[in-house]
Design a protein around this ligand. Structure first.
Ligand code: HEC
Ligand code: HEC
Ligand code: HEC
Ligand code: HEC
Ligand code: HEC
Ligand code: HEC
Ligand code: HEC
Ligand code: HEC
Ligand code: HEC
Ligand code: HEC
Length: 310
């Protein structure tokens, strides 16, 4: 760059001058009586707002110093920002509405929540797909409701599925995890606030996520089946499948993706080896399944389990 120092200083000064009035206007001042000021006008209820419900939530604990309604807290304005000007002019543009068209930009709205909630489960928010995709905390969280639906296991998935249509369809399939029954939720496998793992999984890898519940599939085993130790999703679709046991393909096809050219399975690919054929391979496709003999697809601890048959 070939910019001289004086020119740079002048530019910086100009930038500062242009910024200052804006910053002042945005900072504003807080209302004199806190929530009492706001409640003079906002004591009614609507679909997205209820003061009464808010007062039943953890945000209104008077005994909690960290809560907006704790001693010295900014009450409504802890979230909505300084509201003295708004209480005079009654314009939505002079307060943070938390809507997409709010005068407060998205990053600042999220920062308002994060100011109190940057703890443990959200340390990866800024690396996560939801932050990158421009989501607001309030796309999922409803703070003016007595019980935030997304925190209720049986309702969480509906919130997620409102955007994730593909996954919603997957969970309607015949084989799936019990989300529709309310026994599980998306957040049993995902951290919606972002994570260090792939696809915002709750654990660092797919297998660690799966074996956190299916512990019996976790190695080490005497005879491991390589793909199982590597990645459960080589054979299972986590969200749903029209096949038995969430399988991505039905055996023998499932197995023959990898076992096509070594040992007896190769026979399955010759006309004689196909079901109805007369070749020596046919027996291996009886019942369309390799697992009628190789029943221990996930590996075996049996001394003679090398071929995954016991
Ligand atoms: C003197 C009455 C009055 C007071 C006091 C008042 N407001 Fe408002 N507020 C209004 C009116 C009227 C609107 C609707 C403006 C519009 O629709 O353009 C509004 C709109 C809002 C909105 C946006 C609602 C929407 O539909 O987008 C929020 C949020 C809000 N006020 C919060 C507050 C908070 C927080 C306080 C206290 C700091 C407060 N208000 C104090 C009258 C008031
Ligand atoms: C913990 C943060 C928080 C606190 C505290 C809070 N609000 Fe809100 N408020 C929100 C959010 C977020 C929304 C947007 C709707 C939603 O997601 O629940 C909202 C929505 C509103 C709206 C309605 C906007 C609309 O769509 O109609 C009004 C009015 C409002 N708040 C007023 C208040 C008043 C008055 C108080 C104090 C009694 C208060 N809020 C306290 C976060 C807060
Ligand atoms: C002034 C601090 C403060 C602000 C600002 C704030 N919160 Fe909270 N929030 C708390 C405290 C305190 C709790 C109670 C739990 C705790 O002690 O951590 C809480 C609880 C929650 C909970 C759990 C509620 C439950 O029922 O268990 C959610 C979700 C939440 N806040 C979301 C938000 C969102 C979204 C925003 C921004 C719109 C926000 N908070 C703004 C302090 C705050
Ligand atoms: C994609 C939806 C989604 C978004 C966006 C989201 N959350 Fe959450 N949040 C959840 C779900 C689901 C839970 C409950 C399960 C869990 O803790 O993982 C939760 C739990 C919480 C809790 C209570 C439990 C805890 O970890 O303390 C707080 C507080 C919270 N979220 C704050 C935030 C804040 C702040 C933001 C914005 C930076 C945010 N959330 C964005 C879905 C979301
Ligand atoms: C407001 C819409 C919206 C809601 C609600 C929402 N998401 Fe998302 N989600 C997105 C967008 C946009 C992306 C990024 C683009 C994509 O991958 O589809 C995304 C991405 C993801 C990803 C992929 C992450 C990656 O790294 O590839 C996961 C997993 C996810 N969301 C889970 C959830 C869960 C769990 C919930 C509910 C707690 C949820 N989402 C709620 C919009 C949403
Ligand atoms: C049993 C665990 C589990 C549950 C429950 C679950 N997911 Fe996933 N999800 C995964 C795994 C594992 C991946 C990664 C798949 C891969 O990378 O091959 C994934 C990937 C995703 C992706 C990235 C795109 C894709 O399909 O690869 C999105 C978006 C997503 N999940 C959303 C959701 C939503 C929304 C829910 C709840 C309705 C949900 N998931 C429930 C395990 C789960
Ligand atoms: C939070 C716990 C949990 C996690 C994490 C989890 N599962 Fe499950 N899984 C379950 C439950 C509960 C069932 C249903 C058992 C029942 O219905 O009796 C199940 C069932 C299954 C089934 C049998 C489905 C059927 O139709 O018979 C397969 C296969 C499966 N899970 C694979 C996985 C894979 C792969 C992962 C990782 C992507 C995973 N699970 C993660 C709890 C979990
Ligand atoms: C090589 C393919 C393959 C891989 C990789 C694989 N599975 Fe499976 N899994 C299967 C087959 C085939 C079945 C159906 C067995 C049956 O019909 O009895 C099954 C069934 C299941 C079941 C339901 C029946 C039972 O045994 O409990 C669960 C749970 C399961 N797998 C979890 C996992 C987990 C967790 C992983 C990763 C650690 C994994 N699977 C990796 C092929 C695989
Ligand atoms: C993603 C690829 C993949 C899939 C799918 C797969 N396998 Fe394997 N399988 C392997 C690998 C790699 C080995 C280890 C081969 C070796 O050590 O030479 C193996 C080993 C085996 C062995 C032991 C072989 C030996 O020489 O000891 C058997 C038996 C077996 N698989 C059966 C199956 C069955 C049955 C299925 C279907 C349910 C299946 N495999 C699906 C990759 C796969
Ligand atoms: C009727 C029982 C039976 C069926 C069905 C069967 N196998 Fe086998 N498989 C065996 C036996 C027995 C061995 C051990 C052969 C040996 O030790 O020489 C074996 C060995 C293997 C091996 C190790 C190869 C080797 O050279 O040692 C693989 C891989 C394998 N089978 C995969 C499959 C696949 C894939 C299918 C489905 C297409 C299948 N098997 C169906 C009985 C069966």
């Amino acid at each position: 760059m070939n910019i001289t120092r004086p020119l740079m200083r002048a530019l910086l000064l100009l930038a500062a001058l242009a910024w200052q009035p804006l910053a002042q206007a945005q900072a504003g001042s807080y209302s004199a009586k806190g929530a009492d000021t706001c409640l003079e006008c906002h004591d009614d209820e609507s679909a997205t707002y209820s003061a009464k419900a808010l007062f039943k939530t953890p945000h209104a604990q008077p005994g909690n110093k960290r809560s907006p309604f704790g001693a010295g807290g900014l009450q409504c304005e802890a979230c909505h920002g300084p509201g003295a000007a708004h209480a005079k002019n009654k314009k939505a543009a002079s307060i943070n509405t938390f809507k997409a068209d709010s005068s407060m930009p998205l990053a600042e709205r999220n920062a308002t929540c994060m100011a109190c909630h940057d703890g443990t489960s959200r340390t990866a928010w800024h690396a996560g797909a939801h932050e990158r995709a421009g989501l607001a905390c309030t796309d999922c969280h409803k703070v003016h409701q007595e019980r935030d639906p997304v925190l209720v296991k049986a309702k969480e998935s509906q919130v997620c599925a409102s955007c994730h249509k593909q996954q919603r369809a997957d969970f309607q399939k015949t084989s799936t995890h019990p989300l529709r029954q309310g026994r599980m939720a998306c957040s049993d496998c995902h951290n919606p606030h972002g994570s260090g793992g792939p696809s915002m999984l709750a654990k660092p890898t797919i297998n660690q996520t799966c074996t956190s519940c299916h512990a019996e599939k976790r190695g080490p085993l005497l005879w491991e089946h390589a793909p199982v130790a590597e990645d459960c999703s080589l054979c299972h679709s986590p969200h749903g499948s029209v096949r038995n046991a969430l399988l991505t393909k039905s055996p023998p096809l499932l197995c023959q993706q990898c076992h096509s050219s070594a040992g007896h399975p190769a026979v399955a690919h010759t006309p004689n080896g196909l079901p109805g054929g007369s070749g020596p391979g046919a027996i291996y496709l009886v019942g369309n399944s390799c697992s009628s003999c190789h029943s221990q697809v996930h590996g075996s601890n049996h001394p003679s389990g090398a071929k995954l048959m016991r």
